[in-house]
Design a binder for this molecule. Structure first.
Ligand code: PLP
Length: 385
């Protein structure tokens, strides 16, 4: 597939992605399972495209949020282990068993259903027990653990393959004491699981930030999300990594995604004319505007109105007026070469310039995760070298 035929598209760099995977593979002990988190359309990068690149590089397994995502991966032919980390309704459990997905377990109700179904189907299911250690999202707390383990012992076809937890406060701070407390609570719960007679249980706690900063969180499996896409979990993680490694973080992870569109119209507008809905921008000079066919319905946040830049011919062109549902207007008065059909980069590099997901996130008060995951899944994803 070539990029020429697209109007708005996401280019996924294979070489950047492969380099990031190789970086994590070196970071993580070779006997530790490296699972890549490809929920939310692989953080906006395109789930099928990313899964294929990861599988080609021998990534051990996938983590997704929903049964739907898991089913889509299987139907695309991926035979790797797939952990479903979000809730699955009772009506979907048969499919979990049938397609041999790994399933999060966090409550006795689901365990009971799984026990009944696996007996009826005469098929096993593998569960990963989610332990509550202080995030207070999904997970079974210490008070409920013993009872659940009792039930689990009697559910002979429900196999406890792993136990895991997720950190609440590892990206947002350079003080990691809360995460360390969670890890201690996790280890204590693992001891109780072992004392209950379960053995050979995989332990996993590490998201990207933990994997990057703390080797003692790698255990038998890691769940790498944002880092594989070449984005840092946060500024704080970047700084914490830099303190430990004195390496320039910019060269450690390479952003994989470039979001592009094309100039669909060019127009000259006199001085003292308004641009766009709400008349929020008034030209101060005769201006040349590029109309770009992308807007908030595509995931280009409306709060970027009059705030962001796009890259055209390697130069920054300011966005003028409000972001519309399907359009933005960029000022190319100072880019006289700009022509109809030219590429405009919304996120990514062009020439010596770049617009990062982090920068757009800062402009609208969010995190890079949200900026990339909100790019409309309907926009084509193209793998480029
Ligand atoms: C999304 C998610 C991850 C990945 O986190 P990153 O910060 O993107 O690496 C890991 N574990 C769980 C439970 C998640 O929900």
């Amino acid at each position: 597939m070539t990029e020429e035929k697209f109007l708005t598209w996401v280019a996924v760099s294979e070489s950047a992605y492969v380099r990031n995977l190789e970086f994590f593979r070196r970071l993580i002990p070779s006997k530790t399972e490296m699972s890549v988190v490809i929920k939310a359309n692989a953080y906006g990068h395109g789930m099928a495209a990313i899964a294929r690149l990861a599988a080609n590089k021998g990534v051990d397994s996938f983590c997704v949020h929903s049964l739907d995502e898991a089913v889509r991966l299987r139907s695309e032919g991926f035979r790797q282990d797939i952990l479903i980390m979000g809730p699955v309704p009772g009506s979907g459990l048969e499919q979990v068993i049938d397609q041999d997905f790994r399933l999060i377990l966090y409550n006795p109700e689901t365990l009971e259903e799984l026990d009944n179904l696996t007996e009826a189907m005469k098929r096993p299911v593998r569960v990963h027990l989610k332990l509550e250690t202080g995030t207070h999202r999904q997970g079974i707390d210490e008070a409920g653990l013993d009872k659940l383990l009792e039930k689990l012992k009697n559910a002979s076809r429900v196999r406890l393959e792993a136990a895991y937890t997720h950190f609440a406060n590892i990206e947002d701070t350079t003080d990691h004491s809360y995460a360390f407390e969670q890890k201690e609570r996790f280890i204590a719960s693992i001891d109780r699981i072992k004392q209950s007679g379960f053995s050979g249980i995989k332990r996993h706690v590490a998201c990207s930030a933990a994997a990057l900063l703390f080797p003692d969180t790698h255990f038998e499996m890691v769940r790498i999300g944002i880092g594989q896409y070449g984005l840092w979990p946060s500024r704080e993680t970047f700084v914490s990594y830099k303190i430990r490694h004195s390496q320039n973080g910019e060269s450690v992870l390479l952003p994989v995604l470039t979001w592009k569109t094309r100039i669909s119209q060019l127009k000259t507008v006199a001085a003292n004319r308004f641009v766009g809905y709400g008349c929020t921008f008034l030209t101060t000079r005769e201006s040349r505007l590029a109309v770009l066919p992308v807007g908030y319905s595509d995931g280009y946040d409306r709060r970027l109105s009059n705030q962001s830049h796009v890259l055209i011919r390697g130069q920054r062109a300011p966005v003028r007026g409000r972001v519309c549902m399907n359009f933005i207007m960029a000022d190319v008065t100072d880019i006289p070469d700009a022509g109809l059909g030219d590429e405009a980069v919304l996120i990514g590099r062009q020439g010596k310039e770049k617009v990062t997901a982090d920068h757009l996130a800062a402009l609208i008060g969010t995190i890079n995760y949200e900026v990339v995951t909100r790019i409309d899944p309907g926009i084509p994803r193209v793998v480029v070298p």
